[in-house]
Design a binder for this molecule. Structure first.
Ligand SMILES: [Zn+2]
Length: 492
């Protein structure tokens, strides 16, 4: 056989189009599924994209990888159905709809009307499906668009109910009041995964304040913070149990800070003499006067606690604790019976407890808090501090950490099993197994799965708001809802 001449300068796009046309005429993809046996299935899970925007480079690149695996399995004789899906719910849909309607944020959505807003979301989320189909087909990827699914379909949402109820029945889902990364613009908590995405950490200038807390014997202990707005919510101070603290005397006043941090405070401590040394473990239990009167009646508060996480890398070796605004803070404070108090509303503004600044956004209140503390004579140093700070991956506003009520999957319950099963997975490239992925699951924490949204799958929980009749029901199907409420819902 004579091999045909090959054009030395082929028109590659034209060749590709010929192949695509052949596949279509031959129904190659459909046949490649139907000709394989039903009892030898390979299941390929693909995260569905949003169709309220066009595909970008990242979608297409991963699309090639996602195409190779099912093709390989098909060539090995397995049946690989590839139903394409569309993610229709959640913040991306809401943000796009807010733009289109010219409104922004929670209160304006309420004013516009939730029903109308959700209708607008529904009409915009599937806008670009035909463009997606064209791109994905043109990149030679084999997927089934005819039998696609949408996360807004009732059967799909009912499957979310089923999954939630199944986890609930196994004791693997619970409601908790925990400190999470939170976006006050989007008014929602973010998962750990969302704060680990690219471009989340960016440089930001914040005020850095060293303040003096008055101990029960009149000595002053110095703490350093880059979030002065959390100082009105201070409920304790943390020291490292094995850290040595220097007692410095200046003009008859004694100051305490970590020995290792003295060098950074030479200017403030000029003329001071060292009169003693004390270990963090010896300071634990000492009481101090609150900086502000707002939370003065909080039980067990305003004492020094020993905590292993305290370091002498920066600051004074003394950490101010606001359990409503820090995970470590919450853990340490709760362990001695100090409650979690979070005087901030859903849009990042002080609530009624913080009397002089109620309704002010915490970032804007920073200068006022600092001014107040300066007037009170407790600010030892005021700097500007540039640090890497997490921002919202959707709206780019700086995040805050705050305690919030949220539903969690108890990942810690089956973490060890995941680590064990990871050993059976073949990773490409191999280092991912013990590297980024292995470390991620080994350190996995309970997963916050609820979001505060208008347009999404509901959490199927009915909870009594009457404290005299506490009751909580979890529903796993539309049938169960109908049995209890006598109404058959057509949408969720
Ligand atoms: Zn945001």
């Amino acid at each position: 056989m004579v091999y045909p001449n090959v054009d030395p300068q082929p028109n590659l796009p034209a060749l590709e189009s010929e192949v695509l046309a052949f596949w279509e005429g031959d129904r190659t993809f459909v046949n490649s599924v139907e000709q394989r046996p039903l009892d030898d299935e390979f299941v390929f899970y693909d995260g569905p994209p949003f169709a309220n925007g066009l595909p970008h480079y990242g979608h297409l690149l991963t699309g090639f990888v996602k195409d190779s695996i099912p093709r390989y399995r098909t060539m090995r004789g397995q049946r690989v159905e590839r139903r394409f899906g569309w993610d229709c719910h959640g913040l991306p849909a809401e943000v796009q709809t807010e733009k289109e309607l010219g409104i922004s944020g929670h209160p304006e959505i309420i004013e516009y009307g939730i029903a109308g807003f959700n209708e607008a979301c529904r009409s915009s989320v599937l806008r670009y499906t035909s463009e997606w189909e064209r791109y994905v087909t043109r990149q030679a990827r084999w997927v089934d668009f005819d039998n696609d699914y949408k996360t807004l379909d009732l059967p799909y949402m009912e499957s979310v109910m089923w999954a939630f109820k199944t986890l609930w029945d196994k004791g693997l889902v619970y409601e908790g009041f925990r400190v999470l990364a939170y976006c006050w613009r989007c008014e929602t908590p973010l998962s750990n995964t969302e704060t680990r995405m690219d471009d989340v950490y960016r440089d930001r200038q914040d005020p850095a304040l060293t303040v003096a807390f008055a101990l029960d014997n009149g000595d002053r202990i110095l703490a350093w913070t880059t979030t002065p707005w959390t100082l009105p919510s201070n409920l304790a101070l943390a020291v490292g149990p094995d850290i040595e603290y220097a007692v410095m005397e200046q003009d008859g006043q004694r100051y305490l800070l970590a020995d290792a941090r003295l060098g950074s405070y030479e200017r403030e401590l000029v003329g001071a003499t060292r009169v003693g040394t004390v270990l963090g473990s010896e300071l634990a239990g000492r009481r101090y006067t609150p900086l502000f009167p707002f939370l003065a009646d909080t039980p067990n508060a305003f004492q020094i606690l020993a905590a292993e996480f305290v370091s002498t890398e920066d600051g004074t070796g003394v950490v101010h604790l606001a359990p409503g605004f820090g995970e470590d803070d919450q853990n340490v404070c709760n362990s001695v019976g100090i409650p979690t108090i979070c005087p901030m509303d859903s849009q990042g503004r002080y609530t009624a407890e913080i009397v002089p600044w109620v309704g002010e956004h915490v970032f804007e209140a920073n200068p006022k808090v600092i001014r107040h503390l300066k007037d009170a004579g407790v600010v030892i140093r005021h700097d500007s501090y540039q640090h890497s700070y997490p921002h919202c991956w959707r709206c780019a506003e700086p995040l805050v950490y705050r305690a919030i009520s949220s539903w969690f999957v108890r990942v810690t319950e089956f973490r060890d099993r995941m680590v064990e099963l990871n050993q059976q997975i073949r990773w490409v490239p191999e280092h991912v197994k013990e590297g980024s992925f292995g470390k991620w699951i080994a350190n996995a924490r309970d997963w916050s799965i609820s979001r505060n949204r208008f347009w999404g799958s509901p959490i199927p929980v009915w909870k009594s708001d009457n404290p005299d009749y506490p009751r909580l029901d979890v529903y796993g199907s539309i049938e169960q809802l109908e049995a209890d409420f006598g109404v058959r819902v057509a949408d969720l």
